[in-house]
Design a protein around this ligand. Structure first.
Ligand code: 5GP
Ligand code: 5GP
Ligand code: 5GP
Length: 217
């Protein structure tokens, strides 16, 4: 019997703001390759169903193979850094993303194609530039959720979903940005559905502090 990999309807392409991952109670650890740039970075490329649910862990035999993406490694370290503790080289995060989400897209993309597609989407959606063009800077100030969505729509052509988390003082801040892509992850599409994820109407855009400041804060 051949096990067909599960099909899906579209991808969520999810980017994270490192400042908002790191300024929470849980804090963060920089990857072994060094402190990431002050920029959005990739969290994942997640297959979705139109009804809002999603498949996961679709193939226990297709384990992560770092050698299959060795040519992408420097781009991965730059655009897809791991911020969880303890510090890692990225393989654990990438392996988790591939095994939980990537294996569910195998009818369209192999492992190399999956990671390369995510990197290429990141290149085509410069979120920080879109926000800065609208005067929205990572300066620790509060901006309206609507102005953030509008700036990203203006800069990329697509309305994103925004997910918030809370900093150490309990203030709502921009944590992740959701965009949608077609099943081959070759182009963005309008999102079939976006949940409002824990944001208040005005949210903080924190800085991404340098290591020494992090330790003291
Ligand atoms: P959290 O509970 O932090 O929102 O999400 C934990 C994990 O659940 C995420 O890292 C991701 O793997 C998965 N997840 C959360 N929301 C979604 C979603 O809308 N679509 C998919 N495919 N995965 C999700
Ligand atoms: P998810 O299941 O939500 O797609 O993936 C989140 C998992 O990846 C968690 O187990 C988390 O500990 C791990 N992880 C490692 N580095 C990062 C990171 O930089 N950001 C996020 N969100 N999760 C990370
Ligand atoms: P996971 O089970 O996926 O490791 O982590 C669950 C949740 O905790 C995810 O939302 C992930 O982003 C968060 N998380 C895991 N490890 C860390 C960490 O070291 N620092 C922070 N700030 N969040 C973490």
């Amino acid at each position: 019997v051949v096990c067909a990999s599960q099909d899906f309807d579209y991808f969520y392409f999810v980017q994270q703001w490192p400042g908002s991952y790191c300024d929470t109670k849980r804090s963060c650890c920089y990857p072994k390759s060094g402190k990431p740039a002050e920029d959005f970075s990739i969290h994942g490329l997640w297959p979705q169903y139109n009804d809002g649910s999603y498949p996961s862990n679709c193939d226990y035999h297709a384990s992560f193979d770092p050698s299959a993406i060795s040519d992408l490694k420097s781009r991965m370290e730059r655009e897809w850094p791991t911020l969880a503790c303890p510090s890692g080289d990225g393989d654990k995060f990438w392996s988790h993303e591939w095994e939980k989400h990537g294996t569910c897209s195998a009818s369209y993309l192999d492992q190399h194609g999956y990671f390369e597609a995510a990197l290429n989407l990141k290149e085509r959606a410069n979120l920080l530039k879109a926000l800065q063009n609208a005067g929205i800077e990572p300066d620790g100030r509060f901006y309206s959720l609507e102005s953030i969505k509008e700036a990203i729509r203006e800069g990329t052509g697509y309305t994103p979903g925004i997910e918030c988390n809370v900093d150490k003082s309990g203030e709502s801040q921009i944590f992740q940005v959701f965009m949608c892509a077609d099943t081959s992850a070759s182009k963005f599409i309008d999102c079939p559905s976006l949940l409002r994820r824990r944001c208040s109407s005005k949210i903080k855009f924190p800085q991404f502090l340098r290591g020494s400041e992090d330790l003291m804060s």
